[in-house]
Design a protein around this ligand. Structure first.
Ligand SMILES: *Cc1c(COP(=O)(O)O)cnc(C)c1O
Length: 409
């Protein structure tokens, strides 16, 4: 029995784990991305918290943060921890882009920041939301947590907004098990982030030890046999309890660990980063072929935003958008726990999670029509190289058979 991961994370090699070597991960990332500097944090959530604190200090009268209604719950957690008010913005119909009329209605003198979000490696429109945000005097934070390596016209994500953030969590491509990055095209903001970083993220050896052991665990288990134990079993247990939130990995705690990243994990990152460009290149080829194959079979696969010419996303997964939620749910029922790399990006919009340990109370101010519709219709298929051609064809056959049954029944 094997288990495919839900996304095409970059596997580690034994040689990555050596105790010595170059620890300048920030320098290597900056050169690869082609930016003046990159700031490493202990998670994407910590990066967002730091960004929000720095922007708040610049404009203290502003205390609201506008995010897409369909995004990672850790975003809501960071906003709450920063003492700011979360406001959910609907998505443009059938896309992952912020709905500009909805955004316009949300932005005002209290808006601190707007977060265009590049989900699932797909490039989202930043220019449109940035124009609305700037007209209201608000900052723009590009959430590129899931898109390290994506570019627009050769430029990395995160430079069109005021600050950009990436995640190095397990499953998001390059990983330190947990980690985050900040970039900015603005020298003054880079300096402010650099200055505030060590205060928010001091060295905490116990956390670094824990993360180092977790990274070793990732190196050992991120392969089709190991994933059965560390990913497949907990997933099937959650599904058996009808717990979609846990199954989607959205069962976050209330705590945001805040600490510096140690030298050994930086060294591992430097060595793994050398393989990331080839990893994404191979993923792009698989994605193109399989997207064509799915589209020919009548299954629509979302791509980079049509509002962004020259977008070049990264491809951790194929994101299918079904014509209705019934079809999606029927297929999910059959395939989610089957070890084939089928999953959900998120269980629901931020307004639709049941109350849980994270204690996040997020209220929907408007109907969030399009975000809710899309959240019910999406289904993700892994773009891991471990899903080989026969495996993909077998999965496609299962999808089509499931569709046939639902339509017939
Ligand atoms: C994962 C994620 C984050 C948070 O990143 P972590 O490194 O997991 O803390 C923020 N935004 C989005 C869209 C994410 O997917």
């Amino acid at each position: 029995m094997t288990e495919l991961p839900p996304t095409a994370g970059l596997p580690l090699r034994a040689g990555d784990l050596l105790p010595w070597g170059d620890a300048d991960l920030e320098g290597h990332l900056a050169r690869w991305l082609g930016v003046p500097a990159v700031q490493l944090t202990c998670s994407g959530t910590a990066a967002l918290l730091l960004a929000l604190q720095v922007l708040r200090a610049q404009t203290p009268s502003r205390d609201e943060v506008v995010v897409p209604a369909y995004t990672c719950r850790l975003v809501a957690l960071a906003v709450a921890r920063a003492g700011l008010r979360l406001r959910l913005c609907d998505l443009a119909p059938g896309t992952l882009d912020l709905h500009l009329p909805a955004l316009q209605a949300l932005c005002g003198p209290r808006t601190l920041a707007v977060l265009p979000t590049h989900l699932c490696g797909l490039v989202t429109d930043v220019a449109g939301p940035a124009a609305v945000a700037r007209a209201a005097g608000a900052w723009v934070i590009e959430d590129a947590a899931q898109a390290l390596g994506a570019r627009v016209a050769g430029q990395p994500l995160g430079l069109q907004g005021d600050i950009g953030l990436y995640s190095l969590a397990a499953g998001k491509g390059l990983t330190l098990y947990e980690g985050g990055l900040l970039v900015s095209a603005r020298p003054a903001l880079r300096a402010a982030l650099r200055e505030a970083g060590p205060r928010l993220l001091p060295p905490r050896p116990a956390w670094e030890l824990r993360r180092s052991l977790e990274l070793l665990g990732y190196a050992a288990c991120y392969r089709p046999r190991g994933l059965r134990w560390v990913y497949g079993q907990p997933l099937r247990r959650a599904l058996a309890h009808d717990d979609r939130v846990a199954a989607a990995g959205d069962d976050i705690g209330a705590d945001i660990p805040l600490h510096a990243v140690g030298r050994w994990r930086r060294r591992v990152g430097v060595r793994a980063l050398a393989r990331l460009p080839a990893h994404w290149q191979a993923a792009e080829q698989r994605w193109q072929q399989r997207r064509n194959r799915l589209m020919q079979a009548g299954l629509p696969v979302l791509g980079d935003s049509p509002a962004v010419p020259a977008a070049q996303g990264v491809r951790p997964l194929l994101l299918l958008a079904f014509p209705d939620a019934g079809l999606r749910d029927a297929l999910l029922q059959r395939l989610w726990g089957a070890g084939l790399g089928v999953s959900l990006p998120f269980a629901a919009t931020l307004a639709d999670y049941p109350p849980d340990a994270a204690g996040l109370a997020v209220t929907a101010e408007g109907p969030l029509v399009h975000a809710r519709v899309l959240a019910g219709r999406l289904l993700a298929i892994t773009n891991s190289g471990w899903l080989d051609e026969p495996g993909f064809e077998a999965l496609l056959a299962q999808l089509l058979e499931g569709l046939g049954r639902v339509r017939a029944g």
